[in-house]
Design a binder for this molecule. Sequence first.
Ligand code: GDP
Length: 205
Amino acid sequence: MSANSIENKSRSPAAQKLFSEFALSASGPEQFPRQEYPEIAFLGRSNVGKSSLINALLGQKGLAYTSNKPGCTQAINFYRVDNSYYFVDLPGYGYARVSKDRTLEWKKLIESYLLERQVLELSILVLDARRGWMETDLDLKRWLEVHHRPWLVVATKMDKLNQSETQQSLANLRRGADEPMLCSAVTGRGVREIWQAISKTRSNQ
Ligand code: GDP
């Protein structure tokens, strides 16, 4: 399915009609913006559907870059939302066809972000519902726990599963997190619930 067909269908009524814009792209910590706004970060394996999820949440067609080429986003992208916080799209990890050096670079970049940002309020770990937890996702979740970073798990692409696959997927997903949130950038499923979770975290700060 093309990115366009997804974007056109993802404008669910639950998407927030907030002013949102691309702010900057950082390939190293020296390019991160000043820590003046709270941040919600999106993490996940390459091609998992992070950009599509960001677009679905913001109801903005094509704001975050979506592609069929896994591994092509190597920078951290900051999107300013409602002039009061950032959505932060971290580079997708775990793409088999990139070199070890490149994988290490990504790991360093992601860790420098997660370690340094005092303003990071919530990390949203995005999984592909069809694949469930992979080793790199579990590593990341453990890392977030060890560093006391608040996180929640979202399983996306639910529209690709039939009923029996959904049951299997749920059993697998629950192995790694109590209650993952289920969503689809195509149908808009879960968008409202993810916003509720974001708002809850924000109001607890
Ligand atoms: P990213 O690399 O994690 O940012 O992933 P993208 O958002 O670019 O999505 C990767 C591919 O999965 C693209 O072809 C998207 O159109 C597709 N995709 C993303 N989310 C969904 C979804 O919820 N349902 C379906 N069917 N496809 C999706």
